[in-house]
Design a protein around this ligand. Structure first.
Ligand code: SF4
Ligand code: SF4
Length: 493
């Protein structure tokens, strides 16, 4: 095979001579109904869909007045809840940590098992698989679907196509419904959606996600994996000779050719003497959701779903040959077996796997530490800009501030605010008795942000220059924990 063929496999659409782009040819995958990998795909689909639609219904008691949905992104309340973890907008770095772990986890799995994520767990694959099953349910197997598309429109064709589209739309709406459940109380939202009382946002997002699902799984299908998904472009960087990939055993299958005469009752060694084991039935190509021929070698378009393994194994069973002509295997094993060495074993633990495990462990440890030492309150101090300062009688200067106290626990918080770095400064809080105090006590309701308008006054003599440092010292009166926030105090030249 030439290098050019390795980049653009024979089975992908070819462009006309001189044209820059190939026109898309619709794939008609045969639905692979049996085999170990087919069963594994059904199992993965059942578990992942159960998680997707089931998790929003899990409850988690957080006390009175707090949402009891275990996983919830509360946009109006500006919180995200994940069982016992409650994330405030200031803590989105947890999300960054989670995304880093997810990306590294993907690299780790890819190094071990190739594109197993793409083939078994990616949303695009799961919904496309389900949509193809619906299609073959209403329109028949691959050949029947091909014939139906070529046939002129009739009542029967219209009925089959309409039933397929209606089922796709229903599944798409369900996918959108599952998505919006994570953003509101699932039981209430479900009732509101059914009775037309949900917000426009809820209907809008449900429709938008549903539309994406309908277009991507119903029509774009393999083009998402081949042309749109960035992961397919760099995944080969994670592979080495010990990564498990779906591959065709060229040394065993070639030279390929159709079988001549019946096989039953004959010794397979006689039937296949002087030729390869591939009977060129193209079942591996017909079941492929991306429409490629795995016999052309490892390709970017292969999502590692292993349906061609199941298809070829059932062909091998029928012709009395050992399974595994197309198999989920490492190139190291394949090369060893081609030399007749069946003792070689794929190495699971290798330097790159150790590196991924170490980095995932490190990021996870940092996140656990950050969660364990998470603040229960925080302070923000914003200096007012208009005016930056006011000159008062008695040679005193006044600055205005907005002080925000984030009380992240479910009890009312009491805090003592004091100042450092500015001699003889006094605090006045709008709405609280007393002026020019050295310290003031502030309260914040449970699980909320307390916002106070504060004036700080100081003699002009306390300010050396135009601007001086000022530290707001906030003490939690229940825990004694102190938070310091650096700010400044401005005055004239
Ligand atoms: S070549 Fe095989 S493993 Fe790869 S996408 Fe096609 S059917 Fe799936
Ligand atoms: S299914 Fe197996 S025997 Fe049939 S064409 Fe593919 S590799 Fe050859």
């Amino acid at each position: 095979m030439s290098a050019n063929q390795a980049v653009l496999p024979k089975s992908l659409p070819r462009q006309a001579k001189g044209a820059l782009y190939a026109s898309h040819q619709k794939a008609y995958p045969r639905f692979q109904n049996n085999g170990n990998f087919r069963r594994l795909k059904w199992l993965a689909m059942a578990i992942l869909f159960a998680i997707y639609w089931g998790f929003p219904w899990l409850r988690w008691d957080r006390g009175p007045g707090a949402p009891d949905q275990a996983i919830l992104i509360d946009m109006p309340g500006r919180r995200a809840y994940f069982f016992f973890i409650e994330i405030w907008p200031q803590e989105v770095y947890y999300l960054t940590g989670l995304l880093i772990i997810a990306a590294l986890g993907l690299f780790f799995v890819s190094a071990l098992l190739g594109r197993v994520w793409c083939g078994f767990a990616c949303w695009q694959t799961l919904f496309t698989d389900l949509f193809v099953w619906v299609e073959q349910f209403f329109q028949g197997e691959r050949n029947a679907r091909l014939a139906l598309d070529r046939a002129p429109w009739s009542a029967g064709k219209l009925l089959r196509k309409a039933a397929t589209q209606a089922s796709w739309l229903l599944l798409s709406l369900l996918s959108g419904y599952g998505f919006v459940l994570y953003f509101d109380n699932a039981p209430t939202l479900t009732r509101d959606l059914v009775f037309g009382q949900a917000s426009l946002n809820a209907y809008g997002f449900m429709g938008m996600i549903g539309l994406f699902c309908y277009l991507l799984a119903g029509f774009a299908r393999e083009q998402v994996c081949i042309y749109m998904c960035p992961y397919s472009r760099f995944q080969s960087a994670m592979f080495d000779e010990h990564s498990l990939l779906v591959s065709y055993e060229v040394w065993r299958g070639e030279p390929r050719g159709h079988l001549k005469g019946a096989v039953q009752g004959r010794n397979p060694e006689d039937v296949f003497a002087g030729r390869g084991h591939c009977v060129d039935c193209r079942m591996c190509v017909q079941v492929c959701p991306t429409g490629i021929d795995i016999r052309d070698g490892n390709q970017l378009a292969c999502i590692g779903c292993a349906l061609c393994v199941d298809a070829c194994n059932s062909v091998m069973d029928r012709v009395g040959l050992p399974r595994g002509l197309v198999s989920y295997d490492s190139s190291f094993n394949q090369a060893a077996r081609s030399r007749g060495d069946s003792s070689a074993r794929t190495r699971i633990m290798r330097p790159r796997v150790y590196v991924y495990v170490a980095v995932i462990g490190l990021v996870a440890a940092v996140m656990v530490y950050a969660l364990g030492t998470r603040k229960t309150y925080d302070v923000n101090v914003l200096h007012e800009r208009t005016p930056v300062f006011v000159e008062l009688t008695g040679n005193r200067i006044r600055n205005g501030y907005t002080v925000k106290i984030l009380n992240m626990v479910r009890e009312e918080g009491r805090y003592r605010m004091a100042l450092e770095g500015l001699a003889n400064a006094g605090i006045t809080v709008i709405g609280i008795d007393g002026e020019g105090l050295s310290a003031v006590e502030l309260g914040v309701p449970p699980d909320s942000v307390g916002t106070y308008r504060v004036f700080i006054t100081a003699p002009r003599a306390s300010l050396h220059g135009k601007k001086g440092d000022l530290t707001v010292v906030m003490t939690n009166l229940s825990t004694g924990k102190v938070v310091r926030h650096e700010s400044f105090f401005a005055g004239p030249e």
